[in-house]
Design a binder for this molecule. Structure first.
Ligand code: FES
Length: 259
């Protein structure tokens, strides 16, 4: 067991690092890291027992070369020491790989929204700014892409002037109409409940709450990122259109982290 433990630790730690690099299920990454940690603990325990043993672990080998010259002495302690260093090195690598992916910005991913795409209801009806009542909410898609999962968007109509957005998003609201991705940034559930009295959107899966006044920023629950906003404009016929794709990737960050 003492021989196999550092080898097992190294293999499990390397497996954990590879799984993290490939963005495998976190349970696999954590499970392999746990195995590596346990193997290191077993090895450390065995080593401690050996150090307390009365006999020396070193086993000098007799010279056997044709010249009779002394050969380097190989000891079990030295061999175990190198395996110990390899196991700890692999374990350190397993810890570094997830940290690298933490620093990686999620890549923006295209939905079906493009500049000038007209907003339509699931039935395909075009929308003008006054079509949704103040306090109302409507699920919309880009024209020609009804049902496109990543493009599902919530169109809300608030009183004019209540939305507070960064200066670079001035003009993204049209007569009180504001649009955000319908896909929760926590785990990807559809956000579907709106309370106009508090200007808050609720995700039913794990109770994340988003403040639509301030760019759908999360104010409660496990979500840490706002719902991406879709900039709105009007075409010549007065219909609501998109200024382009969402400002940020839709859904959980994990969907867009790539190697
Ligand atoms: S998926 Fe929305 S809170 Fe978890």
């Amino acid at each position: 067991m003492k021989n196999g433990a550092p080898l097992l630790a190294a293999i499990a730690a390397l497996g954990s690092a590879a799984a993290a690099a490939l963005h495998a299920n976190p349970a696999i990454v954590g499970g392999l890291a746990t195995i590596a940690l346990l193997a290191i603990a077993v090895y450390a325990g065995a080593l401690a027992l050996a150090l307390n043993a009365p006999s020396d672990l070193s086993e000098p080998r007799e010279p056997c070369g044709p010249s009779g010259a002394p050969e380097p002495v190989v000891t079990r302690g030295g061999l175990f020491g190198r395996m110990w260093v390899a196991a700890l090195g692999a374990f350190a690598l397993a810890g570094v790989v997830p940290l690298v992916s933490l620093g990686r910005r999620p890549r923006r991913h295209g939905t079906a929204w493009t500049k000038g795409a007209r907003l339509v209801t699931p039935e395909g009806r075009l929308l003008r700014p006054g079509d949704v009542a103040i306090g109302g909410i409507e699920t919309v898609f880009p024209e020609g892409h009804v049902g496109s999962p990543l493009s599902a968007t919530l169109l809300l109509r608030l009183q004019e002037g209540v939305v507070s957005l960064p200066p670079e998003r001035a003009g993204w609201v049209q007569h009180g109409n504001v649009a955000y991705s319908k896909i929760c940034t926590h785990a990807g559930c559809p956000v579907a409940i709106y309370r106009h009295a508090s200007y808050q959107l609720y995700c039913p899966c794990h109770q994340s709450v988003f403040d639509v006044i301030f760019g759908a920023r999360p104010v409660a629950g496990p979500a840490t990122r706002p719902l991406p906003q879709l900039g709105l404009d009007l075409d010549d016929a007065g219909y609501l259109i998109a200024r382009g794709d969402f400002a940020d990737p839709v859904g959980p960050d994990e969907w867009w982290r790539t190697t």
